[in-house]
Design a protein around this ligand. Structure first.
Ligand SMILES: [Zn+2]
Length: 261
């Protein structure tokens, strides 16, 4: 006899029962049958239990779905709380992750064929901060005081005034003042910022009584690679006048940048 697939068995049993009734109608009670009423009872008991289990399954599936959705809601709430705590700490510690760059001012001396900052010469218009004390540990610039009173980061002044005050610009012959866009983590101080990265977006430079003013990225990079490029600039009238020109140029570019931002 061919094996009967599980799904067809119910149909097959119904057919068999119909055939049996036909024979009983025709010839009276059929002999030689095992008592199938016991099997019927056993089946219907199991059918009831199966129905109960299916109901339970539906209930449990519903409970799982609602548990998952409650967990997602709690996770969203936690996300909000964490973001809020971090954001408040950043605000309180005057630290920013600015989506748009923060503008600042820098001064470079021109020495030995380089534009030199306080700590090191810049070879391109972009400088990424490193921390000599703590290396790459944590986010640079560090803002927990762990790397000294001043701390790491690329420094920039909020206005040009601190440059005059701290570096005696009037007495310098060859120098450059630049407007820098600060990106990544930026820590704010009274007069300036410490940033993860700074890119010079406008530069006014004086070398050998010539002044070059530019906000063209490639040209700024050329000047950082080789400051003698500044000699292509215009001859200066007086030291004082050329300094005013440089300052006016970079502050004007800052004003425009802020309008865009
Ligand atoms: Zn540091």
């Amino acid at each position: 006899m061919e094996p009967v697939p599980e799904l067809n068995r119910t149909t097959r049993l119904a057919e068999l029962r119909r055939s049996l009734r036909t024979y009983e109608d025709r010839y009276g009670a059929v002999s030689g049958l095992i008592d199938i009423s016991k099997a019927n009872t056993a089946l219907s008991i199991r059918q009831r239990r199966l129905n109960q289990l299916r109901e339970e399954e539906t209930r449990i599936t519903g409970q799982i779905a609602s548990m998952v959705s409650e967990m997602r809601r709690i996770e969203r709430w936690m996300e909000f709380c964490l973001e809020d705590a971090i954001e408040r700490t950043r605000r309180e510690e005057a630290e920013a992750w600015s989506p748009t760059p923060i503008m600042g001012y820098r001064l470079w001396w021109i020495e030995d064929g380089s534009l030199c900052g306080v700590k090191l010469p810049w070879k391109t218009r972009t400088l990424a901060a490193t921390c000599l004390r703590r290396g790459d540990l944590g986010e640079i610039p560090h803002s927990d005081g762990s790397c000294g009173r001043l701390g790491c980061g690329v420094y920039a002044a909020k206005t040009v005034d601190p440059l005059y005050r701290d570096f005696n610009v009037w007495s310098l012959d060859d120098f450059a003042i630049g407007l820098v866009a600060l990106t990544g983590k930026v820590v704010e101080h009274d007069d300036g910022y410490r940033a993860a990265e700074a890119t010079v977006v406008a530069l006014g430079a004086r070398l050998d009584r010539r002044v070059l003013l530019t906000n063209v990225p490639n040209m700024i990079d050329d000047v950082f690679a080789d400051p003698s490029m500044i000699r292509m600039g215009l001859p200066i009238g007086s030291r004082r006048q050329s300094l005013i020109e440089i300052e006016t140029y970079v502050t004007e570019k800052a004003r425009r940048a802020e309008q865009w931002i």
